[in-house]
Design a protein around this ligand. Structure first.
Ligand SMILES: NC(=O)c1ccc[n+]([C@@H]2O[C@H](COP(=O)([O-])OP(=O)(O)OC[C@H]3O[C@@H](n4cnc5c(N)ncnc54)[C@H](OP(=O)(O)O)[C@@H]3O)[C@@H](O)[C@H]2O)c1
Length: 324
């Protein structure tokens, strides 16, 4: 089968479009014929092996343990292992599987949910990683409540575009921060107000929010605290840049320490792929409360071009998808 493979960490030049053996599902696994695979920052970090911290937390010290890139996936079940009870060949599913930039990918059955009939494979494929991060940031770390004023920084991005819709579904009043060309998108997915970060500093102390989800820009903790109410909660989701060893992670580590002083809660997200949370997302998708936003699709051989757009930005907002 065809796949995007890398034998070493590095830039886009390490990615090869080549033939490899088709995976065989183990007893508890499902083999999926991949139709679409979402692209996100995490996949880029694993490709690059940066920050170095990620090499030490299980992705492979000298080279990536898993050679095929990609994680988010949607497709049809091709075959199932002997112990699999929930799926049969032919069913449309979405979920997460190591190595989804390939014709086929396999993973334990609890990594998958039935694909909502209302979604295309492309839409379903962008849900797991970004949708789970947004859900866990809002519900678990942010403890969002109906009626709260919620600020989503990076509202047009992969996580942010889910967070805006989920916060609305939880009954919050949502303000989205994005660049000029993406403001319309942020409004269209339900934000009550938008802020153009190229024209206005959201942390200038003139507005205060009960909950801030910080998905981009790496503003300092003291800047972000200025935009919180006295008992508000900040959830650090991410932000690119930073040093080669820790990336933006030092800020994440400082947040819980500073949180001990004063009434504001400063938290960091370390999202986890949880089957029950993917089911929650499926239910919200089926109810029409969340609709994945697709920026652009790329065929499998053009994964490097897709990574380029991911890193350089300048898209319309939403998620990038690889189609197979
Ligand atoms: N903690 C966790 O468990 C977890 C889980 C998932 C993701 N993450 C991290 O969370 C971050 C966001 O991920 P993502 O997939 O949403 O990335 P993304 O799709 O690249 O979205 C980032 C968005 O932020 C916007 N942006 C850039 N600079 C900004 C600024 N200064 N102020 C406000 N918005 C700005 C970008 O638009 P423009 O370029 O047009 O400005 C883009 O729309 C990444 O760093 C990712 O690694 C963390």
């Amino acid at each position: 089968m065809k796949a995007i493979v890398q034998d070493r960490y590095g830039g886009l030049e390490v990615l090869e479009f080549r033939d490899i053996d088709r995976p065989v599902p183990e007893d508890d696994q499902v083999l999926v014929r991949v139709h679409a695979a979402g692209l996100d920052r995490g996949v880029w970090h694993v490709m690059a092996g940066l920050p170095y911290l990620i090499r030490l937390v299980g992705f492979g010290v000298r080279r990536p343990k898993v050679r095929v890139r990609g994680m988010d996936v949607a497709g049809r079940v091709e075959a199932v292992g002997r112990e699999v009870t929930r799926f049969r060949p032919g069913e449309a599913v979405f979920g997460w599987a190591d190595g989804s930039f390939a014709d086929y990918a396999r993973a334990p059955e609890d990594h998958f949910q039935p694909k909502p009939a209302t979604l295309s494979f492309e839409q379903a494929a962008v849900v797991p990683i970004s949708g789970l991060a947004a859900l866990q940031a809002l519900r678990d770390q942010g403890e969002v409540q109906p009626g709260q004023q919620v600020l989503v920084i990076g509202a047009a991005g992969g996580v942010g575009s889910f967070a805006v819709q989920l916060a609305k579904a939880f009954g919050a009043q949502v303000t989205g921060v994005a660049s000029t060309s993406q403001l319309e998108l942020v409004r269209s997915i339900g934000a009550d107000a938008v802020i153009d970060y190229t024209r206005q500093d959201v942390t200038d102390g003139t507005r205060h929010f009960d909950l801030i989800l910080d998905c981009a820009g790496r503003r300092t903790l003291s800047q972000l605290r200025r935009a919180l109410t006295p008992k508000g909660t900040l959830v650090i989701v991410g932000g690119e840049g930073g040093g080669r060893w820790m990336g933006g992670f030092l800020r994440n580590l400082r947040a819980p320490v500073l949180s001990r002083f004063g009434g504001q809660r400063l938290r960091m997200l370390a999202s986890k792929e949880r089957p029950e949370d993917l089911q929650t997302l499926r239910e919200l998708l089926e109810a029409g409360q969340v609709t994945p936003v697709i920026d652009r699709t790329f065929p499998l051989p053009e994964v490097p071009e897709a990574f380029r757009q991911l890193v350089e930005g300048r898209g319309r907002g939403g998620k990038l998808v690889i189609t197979i």
